[in-house]
Ligand binder design. Structure first.
Ligand SMILES: Nc1nc2c(c(=O)[nH]1)N[C@H]1C(S)=C(S)[C@@H](COP(=O)(O)O)O[C@H]1N2
Ligand SMILES: [Mo]
Length: 325
């Protein structure tokens, strides 16, 4: 069931963390949100960008009201300065510092494997395959932080339908670029390169699964995975592969980079699940990046499937999600 603007997604604010000061701040935030609703997100991004350089290349998109969140949107600065993109280093500030060396034109995405229509897509024709939408999604990293991001893109299902998977296709593999000339981090064996991720075909077809080309109404900054990345909002952030060069349809579960490097910590499914802890830390709560208080900001409760249970829980009916983590 899709949401509409009248039934916003469940809030992550933990009532027990509410002090009178918090109540005041949240009221203020609600008023701000109402203003944002009236002005439209594009105006909001205009205000947030005042202090920060943006790449300036607009990506005209139409707001999709089905994907609306009551949460405060993370600033452009936080979304583009605090990243995981190990091809450019393992520090959160490395991608913003080094990803400018990535050349995103010309760029092709090769669709192969068990499909009737394999094709080498030029990035600019891929961009025009379906209407560009703006969707605000909650994004949760496995490390315990989260953001609320206004992405631009369209449902991956548009591309999947265009390439016509064979009946034997059960999984989709996503492969990122791994070019040591542009990406200094791939000389570090911290992960198995190229960065590879995967979804079950029904997960990939779910309307929430987004092929993203932009954020805040502009083309993706390199550090966020330009020129094209995946966004799978009910799974931990690492499932959302960046700078994709290959999409392959298979009949077997793809071997994914994180699972190869630490199979007891990162499984294939990686659904956001507050009840299944990472072996080294709890997953019950998260720290919203950019919230007042910085590192000491109160933690918010992590929701099953990151708050998207209504849309995706049915995909896992009958599965033991402690076993399939
Ligand atoms: N190719 C590639 N994709 C990647 C990663 C990476 O290191 N390389 N990091 C993942 C992780 S752990 C997270 S949390 C998100 C971060 O996306 P963001 O920087 O846009 O917030 O990208 C994911 N996709
Ligand atoms: Mo992550």
């Amino acid at each position: 069931m899709k949401k509409d603007a009248k039934t916003p997604y469940q809030s992550t604010i933990d009532p027990s963390s509410i002090t009178p000061k918090k109540v005041f701040e949240q009221r203020r935030q609600l008023i701000q949100m109402a203003a944002v609703g009236a002005l439209g997100l594009s105006d909001m991004s205009f205000f947030s960008r005042q202090a920060f350089a943006s790449n300036g290349t607009k990506l005209p998109s139409k707001k999709n009201p089905s994907y609306f969140l009551p949460d405060k949107i993370t600033s452009y600065k936080d979304i583009t300065m605090y990243n995981n993109f190990y091809e450019f280093g393992t520090d959160k500030s490395d991608p913003a510092r080094y990803a400018h060396t990535l050349k995103t034109r010309p760029w092709t995405v090769s669709v192969e494997g068990l499909v009737k229509k394999p094709k080498e897509w030029d990035i600019d024709s891929l961009l025009k395959l379906a209407a560009m939408e703006e969707r605000v999604y909650r994004f949760r990293c496995v490390e315990g932080w989260s953001m609320v991001i206004p992405w631009n893109g369209y449902a991956l299902s548009h591309l999947i339908k265009a390439c016509q998977p064979l009946g034997s296709a059960k999984y989709v593999e996503f492969v990122s670029l791994a070019d040591p000339k542009q990406m200094p981090g791939v000389n570090n064996s911290v992960l198995n390169w190229p960065y590879t991720e995967g979804l079950r075909l029904d997960e990939a077809m779910n309307p929430l699964t987004l092929l993203s080309f932009g954020l805040y109404g502009e083309i993706l900054p390199n550090q966020n995975g330009a020129p094209v990345r995946l966004v799978v909002p009910w799974k931990y952030g690492f499932k959302s592969a960046k700078s994709i060069v290959k999409i392959r349809f298979t009949d077997k579960e793809p071997a994914t980079s994180w699972k190869i490097s630490a199979p007891y910590e990162y499984g294939f499914y990686s659904n956001v699940n507050p009840d299944v802890n990472h072996p080294r830390w709890s997953q019950a709560t998260e720290r919203r990046i950019g919230s007042e208080g910085g590192l000491f900001a109160p933690k918010v409760k992590t929701l099953p499937f990151n708050g998207y249970a209504e849309e995706v829980a049915h995909l896992y009916k009958g599965m033991d999600l402690r076993k399939f983590y």
